[in-house]
Design a protein around this ligand. Structure first.
Ligand code: MF3
Ligand code: CO
Length: 297
């Protein structure tokens, strides 16, 4: 996606604390929208839930009025249903049905600092293949996040995502899964999209060194069929070229010397990292101790 700086922005502890606040607003909004996503609910209804959470938190939207050259974006979420991969525009005419899958992407700004996260929600009784697709995508995101450790290289993350998707595809009767290539993760901080671009595939050991102070959004997008994409006439919505289902998961992560911290996950990623043998040090969590109500503390 578009980047606006050609240098990687390194954050101070204070700046990370504001990004954590934005991240928790994003987590809260996504949890509310996930709970609200049900048959009969429109994607505009979900957008409204997202707006209410931002308003209550006194946060601004990273997405609303965002312009990639096709005019200002009209929503606070991207709502991408079934064969839509990313950037679906919320609409009262898009009403969820039993068996749909919907990827909800959401971003918040707190005192100028951004958080960005997405998840795929299974609406009602979905097919086993759709379930497997979303699970593989979520897993690859966490495998990528767990590779975001200081001392490594940027493409270690890309490689971890790709390796994970391929392994899940091998293990699943519904694989192989397509890895979407035209879109990927990004640096984030004082803007939503910053350098570096984070590919969801590639050889390890390439690209910039992973350094304390970096913040990255890791966001795999995978399909049940071909990875080829096309864009709808609305100038935003990206769909699979073959009409197959797509999933999209995303988290924003902060890099510390003593480990990564997932700013948009309530527990900082602790549970998923522990499952991968990566122990978050107390220090990483205590950095956010100044916020007494931070559940990730
Ligand atoms: N959050 C998306 C991304 O992951 C971008 C949303 S595009 C916008 O990078 F226009 F909706 F902002
Ligand atoms: Co993003």
């Amino acid at each position: 996606m578009r980047r606006i700086r050609n240098q990687i922005e390194l954050k101070s502890a204070e700046q990370f604390a504001l990004m954590r606040e934005a991240g928790l607003v994003v987590a809260q909004g996504l949890a509310a929208m996930r709970a609200a996503a049900a048959p009969g609910v429109s994607t505009a209804d979900l957008d409204e839930v997202g707006r209410e959470v931002l308003a209550k938190a006194g946060a601004a939207s990273s997405f609303l009025h965002y312009d990639i050259g096709t005019g200002p974006y009209p929503g606070v979420i991207c709502a991408s249903v079934n064969d839509e991969i990313v950037h679906g525009i919320p609409s009262p005419a898009t009403v969820l049905r039993d068996g749909d899958i919907i990827s909800i992407d959401y971003g918040a700004i707190v005192h100028g600092w951004h958080g960005d996260s997405a998840l795929t929600v299974l609406v009602g009784d979905v097919s086993d293949s759709a379930r497997a697709l979303s699970a593989a995508c979520e897993k690859s995101m966490w495998d990528g996040l767990a590779a975001a450790v200081v001392g490594g290289r940027l493409s270690d993350i890309s490689h971890a995502v790709e390796t994970s998707v391929l392994a899940s595809g091998d293990e699943s009767e519904f694989g192989p899964f397509g890895i979407v290539q035209g879109y990927g993760g990004h640096g984030i901080g004082s803007a939503m999209h910053m350098d570096p671009h984070v590919l969801n595939y590639g050889r390890p050991g390439q690209g910039p060194k992973l350094t304390a102070g970096m913040a990255l959004a890791i966001e795999p997008m995978i399909t049940l069929g071909s990875p080829e994409t096309s864009e709808l006439e609305d100038g935003w919505t990206v769909v699979t070229a073959d009409g197959s289902l797509a999933a999209h998961w995303e988290h924003t992560i902060a890099l510390f010397d003593d480990g990564p911290w997932v700013l948009t996950a309530e527990d900082g990623g602790r549970a998923e990292f522990a499952a991968r043998g990566l122990t978050l040090t107390a220090a990483a969590g205590s950095r956010f101790a100044q916020r007494a109500d931070d559940p990730g503390r």
